[in-house]
Design a protein around this ligand. Structure first.
Ligand code: BES
Ligand code: MN
Ligand code: ZN
Length: 493
């Protein structure tokens, strides 16, 4: 799919399908649109009238244009009230237009959206992200595809013909390579994505985009005393990999950050085996944090912000075997803290504990971790919204803003220190699991024990990592959640 910004008026554009966006209560045909309507013998005004189109957010309609015209299909898309337009509104409108154009079998598409007060660069970026991610389809594991309508091959963004918009298009394409990598990693089955292949993916990113790479093998992790991570890895027949990718900007870095992703390539629950109805067959998604981390690394390697970023994944799988950690075992993490494992299914926090200790020692300005950590967070916030915990209001605000721009939903949750009582162990420094109520909060409090010096935030992404159903602007399956937020966070603030 090729994107280009052009300044051709609607009335002079030719191609397969022209999609035009309107704000709510501002569906008027004046100036160039009146000219277009006239050239099409009133088809645009007819379409608006017949569809009772008012420009409401998410609404759309399409019609065929008579032969002999410069265009074959005409499409209209609603953006809602002008004053309520967010950047994500442009992303969604782009997505809706793209799906419509594909349905209408348009190869060469023209898209004209009102962009409100947003700059040409941000507008073009959001629109191209919306289009690219809405048309994403994963056919890697199908021997045949059933897709009768090909994707558009050329998309012209009308009114976005300047240099700034071109930069936005390029940025969107770089960000989307990261989001798509994350989707591919999450959607691939657990026999295809393992700790070994995650390390290979990190190697490819390092080579292609010039990042530094360090992979700690099991023996290296033993030397560093990573007993919590290695306790989880014990039952796997595959070697664990501790991945540490570093992006360094050309000059002096403005800030130094770490992004840590939970990297359980499969979570059986361990000896506290996941039971019927637990969704064990979906637990390939338990490396969604790692996927977002590597996706962000890929994007950051191309966008080249002025911030140093450490991308860290303690990758393994949670399996059962005669060597598995037992419920009741006591593990010692790399900061010396002891953990009574009262539930082997609370394994993500064990792997993250050693990753957090590692990052904390790097002397950075901030650490953010992303983890498909708890079912409790899904109960609290549903499938679309990630939970956000932080020891720093500043970082929480930065992330909230980054996510808002990215169109990824997250919501602040309380770091309720009193609930740590639920993790008290009579024999070790702490247990890994507390009572059921507040399960996502005690998980965050557990992680907090492993960050001493660095401002830190935790995102529980168990809900938004996966979408069960397709809707008008997204696809079903792996969402690539987190990549866009992380990229914005690294670049901004
Ligand atoms: N990977 C799961 C959490 C999860 C649940 C992710 C649903 C995606 C969708 C995590 O390792 C887990 O098993 N958590 C347990 C914790 C419990 C044992 C305290 C849970 O949420 O039930
Ligand atoms: Mn688990
Ligand atoms: Zn898990």
């Amino acid at each position: 799919m090729d994107f280009r910004g052009i300044n051709t008026p609607h009335s002079e554009w030719s191609g397969d399908g022209l999609a035009i966006g309107f704000f709510e209560d501002a569906v008027e045909l004046s100036g160039d649109l009146a000219k277009l309507d006239e050239a099409l013998s009133g088809i645009l005004s007819e379409l608006i009238a017949e569809a009772e189109f008012k420009g409401k957010e998410g609404s759309s309609a399409a019609t065929r244009v008579g032969s002999g015209s410069a265009i074959r299909k005409l499409m209209i898309v609603g953006l809602g009230k002008a004053e309520a337009l967010k950047l994500d509104g442009l992303r969604r409108a782009g997505a809706i237009a793209a799906k419509l154009a594909k349905r209408e079998k348009c190869a060469h598409v023209g898209l004209s959206l009102p962009t409100g007060d947003f700059s040409p660069e941000s507008s073009a970026q959001a629109i191209v992200e919306g289009i690219t991610l809405a048309l994403f389809k994963d056919t890697r594991f199908k021997s045949e595809t059933d897709d009768k309508n090909p994707d558009p091959t050329q998309v012209d963004l009308l009114g976005l013909g300047d240099e700034a918009a071109a930069a936005g298009i390029a940025k969107a394409q770089q960000v989307c390579t990261g989001v798509i990598l994350a989707r591919h990693l999450v959607a691939a089955p657990p026999n295809a994505v393992t700790a070994i292949t995650l390390a290979e993916t990190a190697t490819a990113i390092a080579q292609e985009h010039g990042l530094e790479l360090e992979i700690l093998e099991q023996a290296d992790c033993e030397e560093l005393g990573m007993g919590a991570f290695l306790g989880v890895a014990r039952a796997s027949d595959l070697p664990p990999k501790f991945i540490h990718l570093t992006y360094k900007p050309a000059g002096t870095p403005r800030r130094k950050l770490a992004i840590i992703g939970k990297g359980l390539t499969f979570d059986s629950g361990g000896l506290n085996l996941k039971g019927p109805g637990s969704g064990i067959e979906t637990m390939k998604m338990d490396m969604g944090g790692a996927a977002a981390t590597l996706g962000a690394a890929k994007a950051v390697g191309q966008l080249k912000p002025d911030t140093e970023v450490h991308f860290i994944v303690a990758a393994t799988e949670n399996m059962i075997s005669g060597r598995a950690m037992r419920p009741g075992d006591i593990l010692t993490a790399s900061n010396g803290k002891t953990i009574e494992v009262n539930n082997t299914d609370a394994e993500g926090r064990l792997t993250l504990a050693d990753a957090l200790v590692f990052a904390d020692k790097l002397g950075l300005d901030a650490i953010v971790d992303l983890a498909t950590l708890t079912g409790a967070c899904v109960i609290a916030l549903g499938n679309d919204v990630a939970g956000l915990w932080s020891t720093s209001d500043a970082i929480a605000d930065q992330l909230k803003q980054a996510a808002d721009q990215a169109g990824e939903k997250l919501w602040p949750m309380p770091m309720e220190d009193k609930y740590f009582d639920g993790l008290k162990s009579p024999i070790a420094d702490m247990k890994n699991t507390g009572p059921r109520p507040g399960g996502a909060i005690t998980a965050a409090l557990f992680l907090k024990q492993f960050v001493k010096d660095t401002p830190w935030a935790h995102l529980d992404i168990a809900g938004p990592v996966w979408a069960d159903k397709e809707d008008s602007y997204t696809v079903a399956g792996a969402t690539g959640y987190g990549v866009r937020t992380l990229v914005n966070w690294v670049a901004g603030a």
